[in-house]
Design a protein around this ligand. Structure first.
Ligand code: PMP
Length: 360
């Protein structure tokens, strides 16, 4: 009988054992205030201009590449566009790592997809925890470079919000030269006053930068991200990327989002969001249940509470935040995306009610 066939025994062993990435959408929840996926809180409006859906799209849409190269100040040969930065994380592993032989390094607490992508592909992972102040532990990294091809670091880091010390990234680049690529995930860089490391590409053939339209450009639903590196790295990625990674409507909207006018709008929206963030932090700071608000260079903040029930209380009241309690060193912390003024106010209101209820 077909019903008795155990398909699971046919699944690759590492996939059978895999815990998939717990994305905000997968975790679910129900409510009106969604501040769990670091999305921009309001939607931009675009119209489709290309009526060519009978045709396959360009493999690398020329206008998107030209405009993004202009925006970040690199040559077009130093760029590849993919289905979000998430696809780029995996493309690098597919192009550079031999399964069951090579390793990647990632530095928790950090973004979960570096680990999940490696596990999916059967690539070894070395987790090297960040230091107590959430910087790279360069000594331990240096001791663990054997078999490592890729090192993923994230600045501003998700979920902690802090920037990595640029001198540490330079030290990392010096110790990995000729051995491994250093991938700096700058998904949130537009929210930060810090400089991107893109300008360092001239000096480091093994530097790779990840960027996305999902955050500051308010286009998480579009699924469009970029890898910036020197040509030999990009050429390797071109070999493994899907034949048509970006749908025609995606390229159409990404081209529009990268016009001069829309770049100006994006920068304005980032400034507005950063102002909201400052006001939100001031209000949070006055609550008794808040133990610590960590400095953030991104569109979210990590907050440590002195009560373990805060996340559940908000969840039950339709305010969906991102629990970080299980991540290494992040007990009782919650990551809160900066939403609209009304959404931020709803969080403050819920936390105030919780505080009163608990008599704190
Ligand atoms: N890097 C980091 C640090 C992220 O937080 C995210 C999105 N959550 C990504 C990469 C993936 O971004 P994209 O939407 O472009 O796939």
């Amino acid at each position: 009988m077909t019903n008795s066939i155990d398909i699971n025994q046919l699944v690759r062993k590492n996939i059978r054992e895999l815990t998939p990435y717990q994305s905000a959408r997968r975790i679910g929840g129900s409510g009106d205030v969604w501040l769990n996926a670091n999305e921009y809180p309001t939607a931009p409006h675009y119209q489709l201009t290309q009526q060519t859906l009978n045709r396959y799209p360009e493999q690398q849409p020329e206008q998107v590449i030209n405009r993004y190269a202009d925006y970040v100040g690199v040559k077009t040969e130093q760029l590849i566009v993919s289905r979000g930065a998430d696809e780029a994380i995996e493309l690098l592993m597919r192009a550079f790592c031999e399964p069951d032989k090579d390793s990647i390094i990632y530095c928790p607490p950090t973004y979960g997809m570096y680990l999940v992508s490696a596990q999916t592909l059967g690539i070894n992972c070395k987790a090297i925890s960040q230091t107590a102040d959430w910087q790279l532990d360069l000594t331990v990294i240096e001791q663990n470079l054997a078999s490592v091809k890729l090192i993923y670091v994230c600045s501003p880091n998700n979920p902690t919000g802090n920037l990595l010390n640029p001198d540490d990234i330079k030290t990392l680049l010096a110790m990995t030269k000729g051995k491994a690529l250093v991938i700096v995930d700058e998904a949130y860089i537009e929210f930060s006053a810090a400089n991107s490391v893109v300008s360092w590409l001239a000096n480091y053939p093994h530097l790779v930068i990840l960027r996305t339209l999902s955050k500051a450009f308010a286009l998480a639903g579009l699924r469009c991200g970029f890898t910036i590196a020197n040509k030999p790295v990009i050429d390797a990625l071109q070999k493994v990327i899907a034949p048509y990674p970006l749908a025609v409507p995606v390229a159409d909207i990404a081209t529009q989002a990268l016009s001069h006018e829309n770049l100006t709008t994006m920068k304005l929206q980032v400034r507005n969001l950063n102002k909201l963030k400052e006001r939100f932090i001031d209000k949070l700071d006055s609550l008794n249940i808040v133990e610590r608000i960590y400095p953030s260079s991104a569109n979210y903040i990590l907050v440590k509470f002195n009560d373990p029930q805060v996340f559940n209380y908000c969840w039950q009241h339709g305010i969906i935040l991102r629990d970080q309690n299980k991540q290494i060193g992040l007990e009782n912390t919650i990551r809160i995306t900066i939403g609209t003024q009304a959404e931020c106010d709803a969080v403050i209101q819920a936390l105030t009610h919780f505080e009163r209820q608990e008599g704190k």
